[in-house]
Write a new protein. Structure first.
Length: 227
């Protein structure tokens, strides 16, 4: 159902003043100071989730924010695994060594620092993943300003795929996400015939406009038309 809602959300971009072009300039986020953190809602809805799965889901959420249409906005601390203990005021931890018991005992995604340490860890897995996503986005005009076409999605957790089209060259980038805990193999429509990998496993060629996607559980790929 969530993927259907996501597809419907993007289908409504034409309703903004200025249409789809205006939607490209919308700030997008998975956490903020008014609603709370992605990590909190994930852990609330899946309290028994493993540390490994929680990390993969947080990385997948960030990947969507950086590669789908809009301008990504990172809420401080998400790159350090902050989850918070609720919405709004319960999601405002200090980056310095904490003095608040509730914040010091909450679950941290990707590994907590030693008690009494600060949260400026440039080796945190979410920090590293966010840095890589920022570099990928900055290197590809299609990811920053490109028109988005939804290519496929599942009615339940699983595939969500889009193409982003570079505004100046028309170069197509196919991005596909697997939101399920099982591997996926699927085909989506594409205009390009040959591809190179920007992230993950990408087939080199499409067949008559049909491109094969192979996705590991809770993972994503970014495949660009060969130059």
């Amino acid at each position: 159902m969530q993927l259907l809602r996501l597809a419907a959300l993007f289908a409504d971009d034409v309703l903004y003043a200025g249409g789809e072009a205006a939607a490209l300039r919308l700030p997008t986020f998975v956490s903020n100071h008014d609603q709370g953190r992605f990590g909190y809602f994930m852990l609330r809805d899946a309290p028994g989730i493993s540390d490994e799965e929680a990390l993969k889901r947080a990385q997948l959420a960030d990947a969507m924010m950086f590669t789908l249409r809009g301008v990504p906005v990172i809420y401080y601390g998400d790159e350090q695994g902050f989850a918070g203990s609720g919405g709004d005021k319960d999601a405002r931890q200090d980056m310095f060594a904490g003095q608040v018991a509730a914040f010091n005992t909450e679950r941290v995604i990707g590994g907590a620092p030693p008690r009494g340490a600060d949260h400026f860890n440039s080796r945190h897995p979410l920090y590293i993943a966010t840095q890589a996503l920022a570099r990928l986005r900055s290197s590809q005009p299609a990811l920053r300003r490109g028109r988005q076409i939804v290519r496929g999605y599942s009615a339940k957790p699983g595939l969500f795929a889009v193409s982003r089209i570079a505004p100046d060259t028309g170069r197509e980038i196919v991005i596909a996400f697997n939101t399920s805990t099982a591997p996926i193999e699927a085909r989506v429509e594409t205009a390009a015939a040959h591809f190179v990998s920007l992230r993950g496993r990408c087939d080199a060629e499409s067949t008559a406009g049909s491109y094969r996607l192979v996705l590991a559980p809770l993972d994503f790929i970014v495949c660009a038309a060969a130059l």
